[in-house]
Every structure is written in structure tokens, then in C-alpha cells.
Design a protein around this ligand. Sequence first.
Ligand SMILES: Cc1cc2nc3c(=O)[nH]c(=O)nc-3n(C[C@H](O)[C@H](O)[C@H](O)COP(=O)(O)OP(=O)(O)OC[C@H]3O[C@@H](n4cnc5c(N)ncnc54)[C@H](O)[C@@H]3O)c2cc1C
Length: 384
Amino acid sequence: MDTTTRPAWMSEGHELLADTARRFVREAIEPNDARWRAQHRVDKSAWQRAGELGLLLTDVPGAYGGMDGDFGHEVAIYRALAESPEMGFAAGRMVHAIVAHYVLACGTEAQKAHWLPKMAAGDCIGAIAMTEPGAGSDLKGIRTTAVLDGDHYVVNGSKTYISNALNMGLLVLVAKTDPAAGSKGVSLLLMDPHATPGFRCGQVLDKIGMHAQDTCELFFDDCRVPAANLLGDAEGRGMYQLMDQLPYERALIGVYSAALMERAVALTVDWCKQRQVFGKPLIELQNTRFQLAEASTRTEVARVFVDDVIRRLIDGSLDGTTASMAKWWVTQTYGEVVDSCLQLFGGAGYMNEVPIARMYADARVMRIFGGTNEIMKELIARAL
Ligand SMILES: Cc1cc2nc3c(=O)[nH]c(=O)nc-3n(C[C@H](O)[C@H](O)[C@H](O)COP(=O)(O)OP(=O)(O)OC[C@H]3O[C@@H](n4cnc5c(N)ncnc54)[C@H](O)[C@@H]3O)c2cc1C
């Protein structure tokens, strides 16, 4: 595998941005990641530093404070972030980028001008709340309501497993504005919950991985949100807006998982070269060689597939089915690869201080969020 080969979609501009992102990883993430895991939250100052370095909203037009780049710039950053095993910032950044794309694609001019420059600067961190205790995959089953009262919506309900919940300055809230209208009664609202009376954020949830992520439950009790904060200019467009944006999110998860897979294999190869067993390096045993050969082959296949997904996202030809394929297949393969890598670390692989252990725990969620892998297969099958 030649990891120095530049994929066809990658330009010098993408590489320069990757260098800046690598510096950010070394200077802003690595010295802080243990503390972030302990406090279950990334420092807001790290977001602002990322904003200063031009590492946020890279594929958003400059007119809205973005970097005027394309999806390749986003990918360059995730490849750099994957060089650190710490997923707290990267996962939060994925959500932030997704939220920016909702505003960009569906928002009114006033909404774009208000939110996007603050998000590009890292002064306002994005979150999105779809999932509820009673409805995740089956989004039509959500019970949170937003009822119009004069020039405000009154929001009641609760959400769960929401990423960036403590840090968020902008929440895209999925709510029913017309509960009798089924999927046509769902709308998206933009709000700053922490500045809204009646909002409460629960404790950070105790997860098996991604400990630096502030994943929480959210509670809304008669929260008043200005009617002008409806995303877009018509009620009832929420399901359409979600279906339109989810392929971007799914492609992003696939791309980042492929980068993490490369990192896991590289860490394991290094370990197997220096670990001595029965008087020789672990890498000299045939089982080790076969395991690494398999993991490395799967990583290469994922990389080629993902490079094609990236190219198609850049040129605007990526379809939702292929995005679902990338999400399920790459995250599933990453889970299997990181598991076989951990095995080669022996007991060390079970210790949280060893990066492969944290990567293993963090990898598990990739098959669940952004739409579970079973839902991805459902979507693919529907297109057959
Ligand atoms: C760490 C973390 C961060 C998250 N961040 C966010 C966030 O920021 N915002 C947000 O809104 N949500 C977030 N989520 C929620 C996540 O998107 C949901 O957990 C996910 O969509 C699954 O929903 P669920 O948990 O309700 O599971 P369920 O929908 O109850 O699914 C349970 C099981 O049933 C399967 N299943 C369901 N329907 C079908 C079907 N039709 N066919 C076959 N199998 C099916 C599922 O695949 C799964 O295996 C996060 C979750 C985690 C763990």
C-alpha cells in the first residue's frame, strides 16, 4: 500500500489544509485530549482556534464566512484528525459541519447570514436533535411538538443522545408542527437552547467510548422560539430536508472511518514490529502476517471506494444509495479491522491508555449513529 499516493481528487490546496489540520491536532488536540475525556467535553477555545485556522466550514461559500472550498477540504481535515485516536473533537466537528449544511441548503438568506459566519469562526457550535427516547430510526414517531402561538413556536418534548449538547450555540431541532399530518407535519427549527427559558440539558451520558463528547438528553418545557427561526420558509418540509442532507452525513462518516482504519492498521504494524514474543518480533509470526495482510487489504479497498465517493460528492454526482453503501460497509469493515488490530496488542489492547483500545470503543458507534447500518441496507435494498 502506497500511502503517499495523492488521490485524483486531491489538490495542492487540500494538502496544505491537511498540514494545517495536522498542526492543530498536535498543538490543540493531543495536549488536551485526556483532560477532555475526563471533563466529557472539548474546550470551546479549541473550536475557536480551529475557526482561526480556517478549519471549520471549509466547503461553505466565503460570502457566509466559509472557506469557499469543496468536500475535498473537509476530507483533508478528517484524514488529519484521524492521525489522533481522539474522536471527541472530530465527531463534534462532523455534527457541526452537518448543521452548517442544513442552514446553507435550506435556510433563508437572513438565517445563513446570521448563523454561518459565527459557526465558521468557532464561536457558535452546531448540534442537531432528531432522536428521542421513543424514536430513532423511525423518525416519524417523534413526539416533540412546536405549536405556533402568535409570532413564536412553543416547543415541548425531549431528545436524547445529542452530540455537542453542552457546547452548542445552534440547535437544529426536529419537531412536529402539525402532529396530524404525519411525515408532512415535521419541521426543523433553529434555536440557541442554552439561551432559551424552559430548556434543560441532562447530565453527559455515560458512553462506552467517545468520552470527550458531550452527548446528552435535552428537555423542552414551553420553550418559545421565534417563528422566523423555522428553517426555510415553509412548515412541514422537515422530512424532505432531512432526506436531502443525510447522504452528506453518511458519506462523511464513511470517509472518516476509512481514515481511522488506516490509522489503526499503521499503529498495529508499528506495535507488531517492536513487540517481542518467543524471542522474535510479533510480526514474524504467520498469524500476525496474515491478520495484517487482511486488515491492510480491507483498508485499501475502503480507501479506493471512499475516494470514489469523495470524487462524486465534489462533482455533485453522489447519490443517496452510494452514500448509504459507504456508511454501512466502511463502518462495518472498520469495526472488524480495529477488532483484529486490538487482538494483536494482547492485554495492552484492552487498556484505555493504549490508543487502539479507545479506537475500538469509539468505532462501535459508527455503525449506529447517522442512521443505523440496518437502515442503510433498507435504503439500498429499496433502490434495487
Ligand atoms: C454517541 C451517539 C451520538 C449520537 N448523536 C446524535 C445526535 O447528535 N443527534 C441525534 O439526533 N441523534 C444522535 N444519536 C442517535 C442515533 O442517531 C440513534 O441512536 C440511531 O439513529 C438509532 O436510533 P435508536 O437508538 O432509537 O435505535 P432504534 O431505532 O430503536 O433501533 C434499534 C435496533 O433496531 C434496528 N432497526 C430499527 N428499524 C429497523 C428496520 N426498519 N429494519 C431493520 N432494523 C431496524 C436498528 O438498526 C437497531 O439495531 C447518537 C447516538 C449515539 C450513540
